[in-house]
Design a binder for this molecule. Sequence first.
Ligand code: FES
Length: 170
Amino acid sequence: MPTPGRAAVREDASSAPLAAVFTVPTGAAPRAFRPSCARAPRGSGGHGPRAAATTPPSDEGNAMAKITYKHPDGTATVVDVHAPDTVMRGAKLNGVDGIEAQCGGAAQCGTCHVYVDPAGAVPLPAMDEVEDDVLYTTASPRTARSRLSCQLPVTEEMDGLVVHLPERQT
Ligand code: FES
């Protein structure tokens, strides 16, 4: 037989009216159910999958230059590079081996080092202080023809540029 105290507690809990526990405000208009994971239509600005980031194709409506990448084994790869892509990006986009570009073109890694062929004689942008400093850290020796290919944005005037790839970038 239960003790008198316990019986009293059980009786109180079971006899509490439900309305006292789940109070529903009166007078408020019912709100439409909208789960937070509901998928909003595309372009509505609401939740839902983001549209894929669109990077404009680099080969539409821009100037172009034919760039020759000469490999240490004597072979060469010739690709059309579109402005404003750089000589580095032109190599990466076209699968040209020999340019690593570990920093993605930020002039920090020196792994996009190339030697500009003097025979091409195309106008190149002046070397700034940062590029000059980084060229002292490259894996292959720096020469008077060394440039960071990520610092060479392509222009139409650079058509015919020939760059030699170093033996190694790291
Ligand atoms: S990509 Fe790193 S320095 Fe050019």
